[in-house]
Design a protein around this ligand. Sequence first.
Ligand code: 0O2
Length: 214
Amino acid sequence: EIGIEMQENIRAFSNLMMMYECAIREVKTKLEVLDAEFSVRYKRNPISSIQSRVKKPVSIYKKLKKYGLEISEENILNGLHDVAGVRVVCPFIDDIYMVAALLAKQDDITVLKVKDYIKNPKENGYRSYHMIVEIPVFFSKGKTPMKVEIQIRTIAMDFWASLEHQLRYKKDIEKVEGHVEISRRLLACAETISDTDRQMQEIKQMIGDFNDLS
Ligand code: 0O2
């Protein structure tokens, strides 16, 4: 039989996860609105797809442990910034910066942190634009500011990151024989993809910019 304290913990945790789900919905709606407006005004979609996830309880637990924090609602809300995650995939590099800027200037969004892994790629070749934002969500008790991690990347960057993630999580690459060569090849693929992204961006500019919102 589950004790009362345990039942209470499960209830509190489910409530918290519901709150993060709602924060994700708010961010997704903002993105969908921008995309819809663009679609009508410029007959073009700056967003190819949107994915989202709430971090799994085990991963939340591991991250709290890594930071030396105990499991509590407060530590999750204040100490973690990637419980709610939204991934936005755009066709072109400049779409990424445009979507990021259009979100950042909305007056109910507070940008807490930006990591631009496009201007500063990770050593392994990973590229993406990461924003941690805070967005108010209205519940019956009132307004709660919720943190959401938004990752914005091109289709090409997403292709690399998805495959690299699959390869890395299947096995601990460091333990595989020839892991130096594997990493070198993955990095080379990331560079090729990045070069292609730049070329596609240039071609778009040659055709003529069709999305100047200013
Ligand atoms: P999952 O499964 O996607 O949730 P921080 O302490 O927050 O400042 P952190 O958490 O490493 O540092 O943040 P960072 O660097 O912004 O990266 C967080 C997320 O970016 C990861 O989440 C991945 O989704 C993605 N990411 C970062 N580096 C890589 C990479 O080298 N390859 C791939 N494929 N994705 C990457 P999680 O929680 O690690 O994983």
